[in-house]
Design a protein around this ligand. Structure first.
Ligand SMILES: Cc1ncc(COP(=O)(O)O)c(C=O)c1O
Length: 359
């Protein structure tokens, strides 16, 4: 009836939308605090918002399918050639392209134990096997052993890692790459790289161009505040980009999304401001955890994971939602934990107040 692999897939569970809380609990939209999907609490750059408003009537026009201006902006920002770039409707779409060109029912992927769920979902769509290392962290020796034993077709390195927030040292990333045969592809997913300030963990897309089998993924959804516009990018050796282009549908980025991303590239100040706010408010989350004797994973991102010993994460998530606070329950990842996006100071105040009552 259907592709036999599809029925077995667990559907991706996205962060709950504000509309659902409004509908189910009768809370006014303005009173809902959404700290569930790692969006930028500052919204997007006002320059982007102005450009969208000014160009709204361009909605009737197909986008520039060569994405010339956006590629030019990215090539300037990262010091890479425009031929080494592919743009996707979110980096998610590039994950799909990658799976399309690499996977079938005889192949396999390797990931860390707890990581971004879409790697597994896409692999299963193509009937590929999913191999996971024992740890949620990307441990070089665990990757080396699994690569040797299983010879996976794709090796995923998610750094910083979602949903745990930890990151992999630059040297370790390159060690994993070196241990991967040239026939396999290494995907270095850096959706949260803008938040990383420690040089030992910082990665630049241009460092990967010389490899024939490595792709760097980035997104405008997080620090650039454009989650709703769906723009992500892949940067790699142009031969690999050419292959990915074969599975890209035409006009995969909307006219207004393209325009938003181009404008966002012109406002690096906005990103700096977002990162600074995140740093300051993250400190409050660490202090809250320490004060309440809560276990947490030190985070390199714009979210933090609190792990519970006595309480139940799903109960906490539901109780907070009834108060109009949406966070992410990590029970589906096999963790008795919640993931909270770092919000504005007043949003975080509300979270601390209500979470304290649950502890
Ligand atoms: C690690 C990671 N990769 C990729 C994505 C996909 O992001 P987008 O499709 O919005 O670019 C996400 C989104 O949460 C993520 O956390």
């Amino acid at each position: 009836m259907y592709n036999k692999y599809i029925e077995k897939i667990k559907t991706y569970e996205a962060g709950k939308p504000i509309e659902l809380v409004v509908r189910e609990y009768g809370i006014e939209p303005k009173d809902v605090v959404k700290l569930a999907s790692n969006e930028n609490p500052l919204g997007c750059s006002t320059k982007v918002a102005e450009a969208i408003a000014k160009n709204a009537n361009r909605a009737s026009i197909y986008p520039d399918d060569s994405m010339y201006e956006l590629k030019k902006a990215l090539s300037k920002r990262f010091g890479v050639d425009r031929n080494d770039i592919i743009i996707g409707a979110g980096s998610d779409q590039i994950l799909e392209f990658i799976s399309h060109v690499k996977l079938n029912q005889n192949s396999s992927i390797l990931t860390s134990n707890i990581t971004f769920a879409m790697y597994e979902i896409y692999a299963k769509q193509f009937g590929a096997k999913v191999i996971k290392t024992p740890s949620y962290k990307h441990i070089v020796n665990e990757f080396k052993e699994a690569i040797k034993e299983h010879n996976p077709d794709i090796v995923y390195i998610c750094t910083p890692n979602n949903p745990t927030g930890d990151a992999t040292k630059r040297d370790d990333v390159f060690e994993i790459i070196k241990a991967t045969p040239k026939e396999s592809l290494v995907v270095v997913d850096c959706a949260y790289m803008e938040y990383v300030e420690d040089e030992e963990y910082k990665l630049e897309p241009k460092d990967f161009i010389s490899f024939s089998n490595v792709i760097y993924l980035g997104t405008f959804s997080k620090a650039y505040g454009l989650g709703g516009m769906r723009v992500g990018y892949g940067i790699a050796n142009r031969d690999l980009i050419k292959i990915l282009y074969k599975v890209r549908p035409p006009f995969n980025i909307t006219t207004l999304s393209l325009l938003s991303a181009i404008e966002a590239c012109r406002d690096e100040e906005f990103v700096k401001k977002s990162v600074a706010l995140n740093r300051e408010q993250m400190q409050r989350y660490v202090e809250f955890a320490n004060k309440n004797n809560l276990e947490y994973i030190p985070s390199f991102t714009n979210f933090i994971t609190y792990i519970f010993k006595e309480q139940n994460s799903s109960t906490i998530a539901t109780n907070l939602m009834k108060k109009g606070i949406i966070i992410r329950d990590l029970a589906s990842y096999g963790l008795n934990a919640i993931r909270i996006t770092i919000g504005l100071s007043e949003q975080n105040d509300k979270l601390f107040k209500e979470l304290s009552k649950e502890l």
